[in-house]
Ligand binder design. Sequence first.
Ligand SMILES: Nc1ncnc2c1ncn2[C@@H]1O[C@H](COP(=O)(O)OP(=O)(O)OP(=O)(O)O)[C@@H](O)[C@H]1O
Ligand SMILES: [Mg+2]
Length: 670
Amino acid sequence: MTRILIVDDKEENLYYLQVLLTGYGYVVESAHQGAEGLAKARQTPPDIIISDLLMPIMDGYTLLRQWKSDERLRNIPFVVYTATYTAPEDEELAMSLGADAFLIKPLEPEEFIARIRLVEADIAKARPQTLRQVQGNEDATLQQYSKVLVRKLEQKSLQLEAANRALQEINTRLETLVGQANIAILVHHDFKPVMANGELARMLGYGSVDEVLGLQDCRVLFADEERERISTFNKNRLSGAGSPGFYAVKGKKADGTVIEMENRVFPIQWGEHLSVCAMLTDVTDQRKMEEQLRQAQRLEAVGQMTGGIAHDFNNLLTVILGNSEILAEGVSANQDLHNLAEMIRKAAERGAEMTCRLLAFSRRQALDPKAVDINGLVSGVDGLLRRAVGGQVELEIRLGKDAGAVLIDAVQLENALLNLSVNARDALPDGGKLTIETKNLQLDQAYVADQPDVTPGMYTLISVSDTGTGMDEKTRLHAFEPFFTTKDFGKGSGLGLSMVYGFVKQSKGFVRICSELGHGTTVELYLPRLGRDAATDNVPRHVKSTPVGSEKILVVEDDELVRTQVMVLLASLGYDVTGATNGAEALETLKSIGDFDLLFTDVVMPGGINGPQLADRAHKLYPGLAVLFTSGYTDTAIVQDGSPNSNVHMLNKPYRRQELAAKIRTVLGR
Ligand SMILES: Nc1ncnc2c1ncn2[C@@H]1O[C@H](COP(=O)(O)OP(=O)(O)OP(=O)(O)O)[C@@H](O)[C@H]1O
Ligand SMILES: [Mg+2]
């Protein structure tokens, strides 16, 4: 088996020849430069040596000279295999120094092997191995040797220069690309930034890349609550324990604003250190839009469901209502049975009211849209809203010039404003400010691009803002859902915003809630605006046949929704309405405001004072005050027992608008 020693400073050349020669059955040894090759050969002489020329420490010519002057080695064939800037003189010099073959890279494998076989055949022929006469004298050889070497080195340095230039150009190109990329890039070693691009500085609100590079710890670029997670990821990533290569993370801008980001992370060798590269994108807007879309879809689904249920329930309730009325009449001779039948009827009526609200949410209520001048409508409910929110809350109404007209059901819109104002009042337990603002605005394609449920066009915006408690994220996301409430049992039904949402959507508009915990809430109603000269049919929209009035009425009702409804109803009839949630509050109001014409109160109320008791105390203060009781569930007997005053009347819940209007005129005696 022929043993071959290969000497080459390039690892890949060594590897290639090793594989090739081993494949042809040779036994291969290798060395990285002349001195190493010589030492190995002296220890175990090979059968053939194949050497490169230009190598560090000891080049191929020197190795060849030493080889040929070594007693033990000079008869072993020396093959020169070189490529670097080979000129005819190189070969001449090598041959004159005693080389047995001079091969120029690259050679086809077969050709290379064939040439090696030739050299081998020479050995087999046992050709007398005499030291070939070096041509010329020693000096001349040396001279030629240094010339060849210098030329090779010069060419090498030229090549290095060219390679350097090419590298520099690549570097500049990469720097430009990274600098212009619209993805933020950060490389850090143990959180000390070592590289950042312009997009990173811009995205996180830093004045320049240098400002970012000046940070001692780049964890300040992430929200406080993320630091621990990021530190653990980093440790695991570098120790090879593994950590996610892509994840969502909150970023913190220079001014403290928190943004949503996506982070692609991977380890990267940076100089001497294994560092980490993070590629970050700001996905705040995208997230917001996805959330909006999800919310809209959720509400759509809930709407579909509640709408279906409410519709079916309405049908059932109609049957129950109709039959209970017939039943009540049929058993009128038996007072007990008659009362039971009446109770069924009233419960069914109440159920019907509830389904009405659900129908409003699911956009299936019967609306009566008319062209309405928004500023006129808002000014019209000013008094009502002021009384609804109470004296602790300052109400400011800012009417935008030219807010315009909208095709809308005015009663429902008033109802919506009242609901929103009551919500604001509840969010302002210690008082504060409520602002209702109107303005017109044009939403263009760019604005609606990231709003899944909005079409571009002219809108009238009514915004209702308070300086109250605000909502947390969860509340804000669920506020429109029916029955979602954060209020105590019995205080809120969670249908207020659902009705507003459904009504506005049904009117081809949309609603937005902007709220920050501790800072307040703004609910914006965007209503599609009518053309400039739409004839408006504004409030009040009194039905001709319905008796109206302008007296002052105090409504006492613990059920928020019922109270809201009654107040809207009375206001639409022209009355000056104030609300109170229980007896104690009503007495306070009576004492502070005084000159009411009518007390309209529920019979059964929590808080220690029921309707009749309230009427009693009110009469002590104002003997002439007219009282109208209302009740859903109690026997009218209580009223008679509780109050002997002839000026006392009863209206059963639920009542129709017409019934209420007529009853009030009767009670007021006009
Ligand atoms: N202006 C606001 N400020 C703070 N939170 C609000 C505001 N408006 C609504 N919310 C929150 O949204 C929830 C839902 O409001 P919504 O009006 O639908 O129901 P509710 O007020 O709880 O009950 P209801 O209106 O049926 O009496 C409230 O319980 C409250 O947590
Ligand atoms: Mg509410």
